[in-house]
Ligand binder design. Structure first.
Ligand code: PRP
Length: 180
């Protein structure tokens, strides 16, 4: 397949991701019953995970999205989190579950969590991938599907230069793709 040619190795397979969505969905069904949470996806990376995960939660919930950017297409965090699109809805008193594709430096989530808490929300975090070795600020997810090593990964929402988000799995990009 065309996109596979750029992938060095698969880190988390499509089956593993779908199984993890089922498992986390069952856990969230239990933890959030009667809470009517707001699941807040951080665009653009969280889109596939959000779409698969919510179908596995059997409880009342709402979804919304916020767009933030700190990588600007490259392989390294710029260190500056930029708000591109905020949410409209008031969040005071809401149980918010942030849905992320990956936590690396932690800067994105620290920024969002503090902002939402200032607005009066109670915030928890669910991430598909956690890369603890990349951390520069303290952030601990409440729900993690996979902990990964310090490698630059793409697929299932994660991009390099805005591409590869449509791979159904998470893989390591061949170095030649981003050094050329
Ligand atoms: C990625 C990812 C997370 C963030 C995590 O987003 O989707 O939101 O980086 O990295 P951090 O823990 O170092 O802050 P990115 O800024 O690349 O935007 P995108 O989702 O549109 O690709």
């Amino acid at each position: 397949m065309e996109l596979d040619k750029s992938i060095e190795k698969v880190l988390v397979s499509e089956t593993e991701i779908q199984d993890a969505c089922k498992k986390l969905g069952a856990q969230l069904t239990e933890d959030y019953k009667d809470k009517d949470p707001l699941l807040l996806g951080i665009l653009r990376g969280s889109a596939p995970f959000m779409a698969d995960l919510i179908k596995r939660i059997d409880a009342h919930l709402e979804i919304d999205f916020m767009t933030l950017s700190s990588y600007h297409g490259g392989t390294k965090s710029s260190g500056e989190v930029k708000m591109i699109m905020d949410i409209d809805a008031p969040v005071n008193g809401r149980d918010i579950l942030i849905i992320e594709d990956i936590i690396d430096t932690g800067r994105t989530l620290k920024y969002v969590r503090e902002m939402l808490e200032l607005r009066g929300a109670s915030v928890k975090i669910a991430t598909l991938l956690d890369k603890p070795s990349g951390r520069v600020v303290e952030i601990k997810p409440d729900y993690t599907c996979f902990t990964i090593p310090n490698e630059f990964v793409v697929g299932y929402g994660l991009d390099y230069d805005n591409h590869y988000r449509n791979l159904p799995y998470v893989g390591v990009l061949k170095e030649e793709v981003y050094t050329n």
